[in-house]
Design a protein around this ligand. Structure first.
Ligand code: PLP
Length: 382
């Protein structure tokens, strides 16, 4: 099968064995065979974040990663309580929008997208408002690649009687997570990202005790309620409604491959890919958005160079025709593109990519090293 290198922030490049695992005899997902596969999957997903199975559980949903944000936000807020969203990027912004759509009391605590949240401010807001029951943070803001201090935010949440909900969609099964040590009560992910499987399956891993408690909270969604889905799984071993059957088979295989590669080895591979991305960018003179020491090690947001011939779409198309996908994005008022270290790729793939990218720049008449006008506050390599 043709191998494409996806440098976009998910879906990620998958192995052929994961692709082929979807091709199975037709099966009704209500069969015991299928339920036992999902049971094992729920246990394995807790294991990936080192959760104690007596305290934590995984609940699967059909949908892309955003279904988890919806589920956690609408299901885990008690009546008359508030959510505090620590917001320094587009994905936290999505959580704020979900609060708005459901009409939920929330505080949108905004920080600049290229800076870490101020913990003193988070603490002050928590102290001043005893109604805050949920603190919501994004682990790796995938738009910029900034890594947020979830362990510290979790400590503050717990000290003030709130639970800590973390969007780990772009770190789960990549950057090692220890759910209890990281003070996370709920985290989430989607099959097409860290696990390098197919789209259509997502999950929340969280404290069983809190899910059971949430049975008495207002029910704000029919399809996306955490307790209802959990309860159905516990009673029947099945998803309440039709699961994405083929994606579940692919994910079963992806989990086998995850444990075979091993947490530390896989993280070392992503790190090597990330470093190869930085090395390639540096050689061509590109600049990134976020201070290197703040980057989560998975996404690099690169500023568009200032060159009359720069045309992202043309660069994209040149690379795409040669099997490499890059991804555009606007961060605050800046145009950027992203290169991500997700997926079943290696530093050698990145080296090949940079040969192609350089060819694209030459072909389009873009000056190398790429040019930037000096502007205040911009981070250059060094
Ligand atoms: C990918 C991602 C999501 C989910 O996006 P979908 O397009 O719904 O899969 C949510 N949060 C973060 C941080 C992500 O990287």
């Amino acid at each position: 099968m043709k191998r494409n290198i996806l440098l976009n922030p998910g879906p990620a490049t998958t192995t052929d064995t994961v692709k082929m695992a979807q091709v199975v005899p037709d099966i009704c997902p209500r069969e015991k065979e299928f339920a036992s596969m999902m049971k094992q999957m729920r246990n394995d997903l807790v294991r990936i974040v080192h959760g104690n199975p007596d305290k934590y559980t995984a609940v699967l949903f059909c949908g892309s990663g955003t279904v988890n944000l919806d589920v956690c936000i609408n299901s885990l807020l008690p009546q008359d309580k508030k959510i505090l969203v620590v917001n320094n990027g587009a994905y936290s912004g999505r959580a704020v929008e979900i609060c708005e759509y459901y009409g939920l009391p929330h505080i949108n605590l905004q920080f600049p997208v290229d800076e870490l949240p101020q913990l003193e401010e988070v603490e002050k807001v928590l102290k001043d408002d005893p109604d805050i029951a949920v603190v919501y943070t994004t682990h790796n803001e995938t738009g910029t690649g900034i890594l947020n201090p979830v362990r510290e935010i979790g400590t503050l949440a717990h000290r003030n009687g709130a639970i800590s909900v973390v969007d780990t969609t772009s770190t789960f099964a990549m950057r090692p997570i220890d759910i209890e040590a990281d003070n996370i009560d709920f985290c989430m992910a989607s099959a097409q990202k860290g696990l390098m499987s197919m789209t259509g399956l997502s999950w929340v891993v969280g404290k069983t005790e809190e899910i059971v408690k949430s049975a008495s909270y207002p029910k704000r969604s029919y399809y996306c309620n955490l307790f209802l889905q959990y309860d159905f799984f516990e009673k029947t071993g099945e998803m309440h409604f039709t699961p994405p059957v083929q994606t579940v088979y692919a994910t079963r295989m992806a989990i086998e491959e995850y444990f075979a590669e091993g947490e530390q080895k896989k993280w070392a591979r992503h790190t090597a890919v990330f470093e190869a991305i930085h090395a390639g960018l540096e050689k061509l003179g590109f600049r990134d958005m976020i201070k290197r020491e703040w980057q989560a090690g998975l996404v690099v947001a690169v500023k568009y160079p200032q060159d009359v011939n720069w045309d992202f779409d043309k660069v994209h198309d040149y690379c795409y025709a040669r099997g490499f996908t890059i991804y555009p994005g606007k961060v605050a008022d800046q145009n950027t593109f992203r290169l991500c270290a997700l997926g079943a790729i290696t530093p050698e793939d990145i080296e090949e990519f940079f040969l192609v990218l350089k060819e694209a720049l030459v072909t389009l008449g873009i000056q190398i090293p790429v040019q930037y006008e000096e502007s205040l506050g911009s981070e250059s390599y060094g």
